[in-house]
Design a binder for this molecule. Sequence first.
Ligand code: FAD
Length: 463
Amino acid sequence: MAVAPVGAVEELTGALRGDVIGPDDPRYDDARKIHNAMIDKRPAAVARCVDAADVMSAVGEARKLGLEIAARGAGHSGAGMGTVDGGLVIDLSPQRWVQVDPATRTVRAGGGAQLGDVDHATHPFGLAVPLGVLSTTGIGGLVTGGGIGYLARKHGLSIDNLRSVDIVLADGSFVRANADENADLFWAVRGGGGNFGIVTTFEFDAHPVSTVIGGPTLWHLDRAEEVLAFFEQTMASNDTPEDLNGFFAFVTVPPGPPFPEELHLQKMCAVIWCWTGAPQEADAVFAPVRDLHPALDGIQAMPFPALQGAFDPLFPPGLQLYWRGDFIESLSDDAIKAHAALGPTLPTMLSTVHIYPINGAAGRVAPDATAWSYRGARYSEVIVGADPEPANADLVRSWCIDYFDRTHEYAASGGGGYLNFNSALEEDRVRASYGANYDRLAEIKRKYDPDNVFHVNHNIRPA
Ligand SMILES: Cc1cc2nc3c(=O)[nH]c(=O)nc-3n(C[C@H](O)[C@H](O)[C@H](O)COP(=O)(O)OP(=O)(O)OC[C@H]3O[C@@H](n4cnc5c(N)ncnc54)[C@H](O)[C@@H]3O)c2cc1C
């Protein structure tokens, strides 16, 4: 069990306005939990920081006390980066505020906000910020890592819609970073994860998105090659409007409504769609999908936040989770065959494979315009081993690694993957995931965090 240096919890408590929860506190076991139950760590304390001042104090105190730091947004990282054995968790969960300025379509959000907090605040104004596809995910890790979701083809990644951040640096100081102020830091934060500091405020551009037409279409697994080929053709075509997004998935159909009983617990392939264009054009846009005669057609009009939250019940906290993923340039015939052969191997009901498009607006950004370098890839894939049963941890982990090993040869050149879609990685793969941007990131790391204080992440070592 982690033991804080004598008096550490008291000292932190005196320095912060938010609660500091040490191992003797009855709330400790809840406070130390993160989303992924495969990661079970015992920090010396969890500091629930209520504002930027608390974050500054927490960083300063941790350094004085010699404690490692793990920053935590919503604790969703598959790699378990939101906690650390024996160190200080700087927990931003009290900072879930969101402000919308509809006149300038500007959204400001606290570093601990979740996707659903942002959607909740923007939807009444008919606006949305491009984020991910599950409403309980934290914007802290998602946005600093890149941010892939239903609006990526139309409006880019989350980082492409970031205007500015307020950030606490490794020396405990507070700065703003944007195109005009600390521009090198702003470049690095857009994809560099938690390496450069703790963001207390994100400022985004929002877009007019309100009711969308989307939802799942499902096919039996023996159609997987055909569906993957159709998906590739659709996403590769310049004729496909960027208002059409959709991710391919291998899934097991949940045993309950709205799914018809005859499909319950069947392994199937799916595309989960989102159309943000004119509603009257949707029938024509989805006609080729319907020509493929899905076994289930769940496409319907819905408020954007409803689509964002549609899969929340499938991924509650407390699952055993293991993730890997590649960037993919295109789905070749051989890649399609390999994926189709592996679709039937899903080891548990919640294990899944998703292939998200990242072309269109996300793909038009220059590879060196932000830290996120894989702008030429058409897709970002994630292989998720998931199960509530701790006894199945090895099963889901080994399946995930096996699926990855058998498909990695079809990955984009350079061999990198979206770091937010990967459990802990070796340094080589982190480097590969930044490609030509790595050396510049390492230089910026040396400038802003020369002692590598922020290293509980997919770490970029100071040059
Ligand atoms: C069920 C599920 C669905 C997901 N869906 C998507 C998706 O659709 N699209 C997508 O792009 N990703 C998705 N992800 C991946 C997600 O982007 C990462 O897991 C991300 O790290 C989650 O952010 P968090 O703040 O909740 O993570 P945490 O575990 O709290 O933190 C993860 C890392 O981010 C850093 N960090 C957190 N907050 C801040 C901050 N305010 N400032 C600086 N650094 C910070 C931490 O230091 C840590 O290194 C999903 C994850 C899960 C578990």
